[in-house]
Design a protein around this ligand. Structure first.
Ligand code: PPS
Length: 262
């Protein structure tokens, strides 16, 4: 089976792992825990989306996910039925719905055109009229698969109240060893304080810039007249001139005529 990823075909692999959630439910926290569990814990990534891509955005911008080494890890907000069908492991993280609602409100006010009141957002959220769709449907659909052997269903609140037990469940589910040293590193690097200190490695805006390949190069670039010509090949210049010959612009100012001295 393959899914179109931009111009590329995404081919699922049996050992792919999806970290799934409704938005604002602790996905990034889960990403960091799984990243720390499955690597040497190095922090030398620009953004967590490099080692653990946001699946649906990566597909929509045509990132070549086939280049990633196995086992691949993906973050996703897809509903259960939108993920590729197959044996792939899925960890779903759910969070208290009212906390999700409030977190979404602040997130969408800051990162989307929505600038309405909390009351308006509440009404939209209750009927699923928000970017992430219905929280109620999302959680219900994933809950129906909570007992599947390839699904681990955890809660944000489990991480808050029983962090070590929950990290152990994740490690067992993924069949990765969890020594006291690795656990100590996870507890330190997945703490709110540590992740807040490294927010640029987790934040939304950085994720979008990286996924879209935006480099943020000079906006006020050269400010010279005539440098366009230097970049064009003779063929490109001829093609451009032909197309531009149909555009009639007012003439440029001429240099003032010199007055002859008596
Ligand atoms: S997103 O945008 O959908 O990917 O957001 P997501 O990562 O799922 O959820 C964001 C909320 O998770 C909180 N968060 C954490 N809580 C506790 N500990 C750690 N380490 C941590 N990392 C992220 C984050 O603060 C968001 O919740 P709110 O309630 O808005 O603070």
């Amino acid at each position: 089976m393959s899914i179109l990823s931009g111009r590329l075909a995404f081919r699922p692999r049996p050992n792919d792992v999806y970290l799934a959630s409704y938005a604002r439910s602790g996905t990034t926290w889960l990403q960091m825990i799984v990243y720390q569990l499955t690597t040497d814990g190095s922090m030398d990534f620009t953004h967590i989306t490099e080692p653990i891509p946001y699946f649906e955005r990566a597909l929509s911008v045509g990132r070549d996910l086939n280049k990633l080494p196995s086992p691949r890890l993906f973050k996703t907000h897809f509903r259960y039925k939108k993920l590729p069908k197959g044996p792939y492991k899925r960890i779903y993280i759910a969070r208290n719905g009212k906390d999700v609602l409030v977190s979404c409100y602040y997130f969408f006010r800051a990162h989307s055109p929505f600038k309405g009141s909390f009351d308006q957002f509440f009404k939209n959220f209750m009927v699923g009229n928000v970017q992430s769709g219905s929280w109620f449907r999302h959680v219900a659909e994933w809950s129906a698969h909570a007992a599947d052997t390839n699904v681990l269903f955890i809660r944000y609140e489990d991480l808050v109240n029983h962090f070590e037990r929950t990290v152990n469940r994740i490690a067992e589910f993924l069949n990765v060893p969890l020594s006291p040293e690795i656990y100590a590193r996870i507890a330190e690097r997945c703490s709110f304080t540590f992740m807040k200190q490294h927010e640029e490695k987790f934040g939304f805006l950085q994720e979008v810039l990286i996924e879209f390949g935006f480099t943020g190069e000079d906006f006020i670039r050269k400010g010279k007249s005539g440098s366009g010509k230097e970049h064009l090949s003779p063929e490109q210049e001829a093609m451009f001139d032909r197309a531009a010959s149909t555009v009639i612009m007012p003439p440029p100012l001429e240099a003032p005529a010199r007055t002859a001295r008596a």
